[in-house]
Design a protein around this ligand. Structure first.
Ligand SMILES: O=P(O)(O)OC[C@H]1O[C@H](OP(=O)(O)OP(=O)(O)O)[C@H](O)[C@@H]1O
Ligand SMILES: O=c1cc[nH]c(=O)[nH]1
Ligand SMILES: [Mg+2]
Length: 213
């Protein structure tokens, strides 16, 4: 598994405002959107392309087009939905599949409550969107779901990751014969006793959409 911590002053600036407890929901949503577009630029470095002959007004040349099958973008509901528009701005022809997952805040176990994805993902590059990689349980389950359906290349875009979560994920993926890359804006210090990322930004879903009941 590769971890790419995107080191860029604009990313750091936006992340600092995002983390601030005084940042309101509309600003949090806008910054999430902007950050994802910046991270998506890095995350799509190895998106598959095929050669494509075209003719410009001046003459023929060969460029590239995104390869078929199209990449699949998979936001993890709820919080990952806040990352979808920013991703689709960069990959507008991608397809989108949805995974609804929630972490039990007592046991920290992730469970899946909804899915809307093709049964067959053979040969598909998948971009998983989830702002928080905390214990790594949610992302590990999402990656297993996608690779069980045939996805053969996974890139997860996370705003923040905890070192414990990265280590757990790496362990959880042991033996998986599919390349996995995590692109994140920051690798934070640690998890606290409640499984929250420190310093983190709090509960991403609640900050995007209000408190879940
Ligand atoms: O790495 P983990 O320890 O599994 O935690 C990370 C998950 O927790 C949050 O989701 P949450 O369960 O709060 O659902 P929500 O997006 O609906 O708020 C977050 O959006 C991740 O999906
Ligand atoms: O810090 C955390 C951990 C899990 N989920 C969040 O939204 N924030
Ligand atoms: Mg939440």
């Amino acid at each position: 598994m590769r971890v790419n911590v995107v080191n860029h002053p604009l990313v750091s600036h936006k992340l600092t405002v995002l983390r601030d407890e005084h940042t309101d929901s509309p600003t949090f949503r806008r910054l999430t959107d902007e950050l994802v577009t910046l991270l998506a630029y890095e995350a799509t470095r190895e998106v598959r392309v095929d050669p494509k002959p075209i003719t410009t007004p001046v003459g023929p040349t060969t460029g590239v087009y995104l390869a078929q099958p199209k990449p699949m973008v998979v936001p993890i509901l709820r919080a990952g939905l806040g990352m979808l528009d920013g991703m689709m701005r960069l990959l507008p022809t991608a397809e989108v599949g949805f995974l609804g997952m929630v972490r039990n805040e007592e046991t920290l176990e992730a469970s899946t409550y909804a899915e809307r994805l093709p049964e067959d993902l053979s040969g598909r590059q998948c971009y998983v969107l989830d702002p928080m990689l905390a214990t790594g349980g949610t992302l590990a389950a999402a990656i297993k779901f996608l690779t069980d359906r045939g996805a053969d290349d996974i890139t997860a875009i996370c705003l923040l990751a905890a070192p414990e979560g990265v280590a757990n994920l790496e362990k959880g993926l042991d033996g998986l014969d599919v390349p996995v890359t995590v692109v994140t804006a920051a690798l934070d210090q640690k998890l606290n006793e409640k499984g929250y990322i420190v310093p983190g930004l709090g509960d991403a879903g609640d900050r995007l959409y209000g408190v879940a009941h």
